[in-house]
Design a protein around this ligand. Structure first.
Ligand SMILES: Nc1ncnc2c1ncn2[C@@H]1O[C@H](COP(=O)(O)OP(=O)(O)OP(=O)(O)O)[C@@H](O)[C@H]1O
Length: 424
């Protein structure tokens, strides 16, 4: 074969190989694309797809499928949870694993592991096949409003993740059977530590722990008000909606979005819990972020005094202020269970902050961002002055101080990635 013929033949061969490879990759791309579309289509079948109203600030925004909401650096922890739990579940389009009723029936030993009852219905402890323990909230079957709350929570919580919120890790939605699965909080609710179980299961909460709980809750609310998009108002901040994990870190739970009316059932549509409700909301019927701030102020006084807001806490506080003639002696109302073990300076700062939060005029109340700043300073000072004896929770909280959770694109990307992983 002469040289030009050889070159021509080699050229033809290379051209043929390149052409075939190109054709193969186009075919494989088309097949993969089809598979993904099928998977996406089948996963959205199992999802709750109705758009729902959520309690956003100053408007009634609608969360609809495909609308992104913020993720934070905490999302990675949640994704580990979801990843472990998803093994025995299908995953809905909002990224939250969906379970079968029969799996939960088995995990709760046929619903014999009740841990409490709320407005929503009974709550059970469940041991999942993956080894995780979760809390299962069962929606009562007799309330349409409860069902709406259920669907709202699934969609809303599927988009909200923060270290100081009790994360939703799964749900059941079968005919007449609706359940929410949350991370199990082994130390129960804050109110049980402040009142009910004292002497039985719990020691009185130390001053340091009260500070770290206050800051954890403040950061959860700061995220809801200023980090979430659209912003979310909780509407029912109270000590039984604050849960404590095994390290006594506090998390906000019960986004009581469509819960039944609790103050004047039948006569009005006022929401919230007696003792915690913003008086301005009662007169205007407009619930704002500052109404949550009011309830948070009451919660701070609860931590300071160990008194139940439903048994005259705020009257007690007002009396102390009225009799103070200028300088309030907050020591007089401090919880006797503390046995004098608190820092007077920090007590004054925390009580003054609480008093600003419960100002009758909502505009004069601080924002959750300002509250977090102030509480961070108090916690830092507590560690600095009494660091040696401070519990791990307060130390952890103070290390996190300054790590503001702001929505960023990388976190949105990570949530999309987790969703893609789930749909494989
Ligand atoms: N994730 C969880 N981990 C551990 N216990 C939980 C969890 N969620 C709820 N519980 C417990 O279950 C009980 C009922 O909780 P739920 O949130 O339904 O109602 P509540 O907050 O007590 O009352 P309400 O619904 O009137 O606000 C409470 O004792 C609570 O401490």
């Amino acid at each position: 074969m002469n040289w030009p013929t050889l070159t021509f033949t080699i050229g033809i061969c290379i051209g043929f190989v390149v052409g075939v490879s190109l054709a193969l990759s186009i075919v494989s791309c088309v097949i993969r694309g089809r598979k993904r579309t099928d998977i996406e289509r089948s996963s959205s079948h199992s999802a709750v797809t109705i758009p729902v109203q959520v309690q956003v600030v100053d408007s009634n925004s609608t969360l609809s499928e495909g609308q992104e909401s913020p993720r934070t650096s905490e999302w990675s922890n949640t994704s580990i949870w979801l990843e472990r739990l998803r093994r025995n579940s299908s995953v809905s389009a909002c990224g939250i694993p969906k379970y079968f009723y029969k799996d939960i029936q088995k995990a709760t030993s046929n619903f014999t592991t009740i841990i409490g009852n709320g407005a929503f219905g009974p709550v059970y402890k469940a041991q999942m096949d993956t080894g995780e323990t979760v809390a299962v909230k069962v929606l009562g079957t007799n309330s349409r409003q409860g069902e709406q709350e259920f669907l709202t929570e699934v969609l809303l919580l599927g988009r909200l993740h923060h270290k100081s919120l009790v994360d939703l890790v799964g749900y059941v939605a079968e005919r007449g059977k609706h359940m929410l699965l949350y991370i199990y909080m082994s130390n129960g609710s804050l109110d049980s530590h402040l009142y009910a179980d004292l002497g039985k299961n719990h020691k009185p909460l130390s001053w340091d722990l009260r500070l770290s709980i206050a800051l954890d809750v403040a950061r959860g609310l700061e995220y809801l008000h200023h980090g979430a998009s659209p912003p979310v108002v909780h509407r029912d901040i109270k000590s039984c909606n604050i849960l404590l994990d095994q390290s006594m870190r506090a998390k906000v739970t019960d986004f009581g979005l469509s819960r039944p009316e609790m103050i004047k059932p039948r006569t009005s549509n006022v929401r919230g819990t007696f003792g915690y409700v913003d008086p301005e909301y009662l007169s205007t019927r407009t619930f704002t972020k500052k109404s949550d701030v009011y309830s948070f102020g009451v919660l701070l006084f609860e931590l300071i005094t160990g008194r139940n807001p439903q048994q005259g806490l705020m009257e007690y506080v007002k009396l102390a202020v009225m009799e103070s003639e200028g300088k309030v002696g907050w020591e007089e109302i401090v919880d006797p269970q503390l046995n004098g073990k608190y820092d007077v300076h920090n007590l004054h700062d925390m009580a003054s902050l609480a008093f600003k939060c419960v100002n009758e005029v909502s505009k004069s109340r601080p924002s959750m961002c300002e509250i977090v700043q102030e509480l961070s300073q108090i916690c830092k000072r507590q560690i600095k002055d009494h660091g040696g004896t401070s519990p791990a929770a307060l130390k952890e909280v103070s290390i996190e101080v300054g790590q503001t959770e702001i929505q960023d694109f990388s976190s949105i990307e990570s949530s999309k990635m987790v969703r893609r992983l789930h749909s494989r």
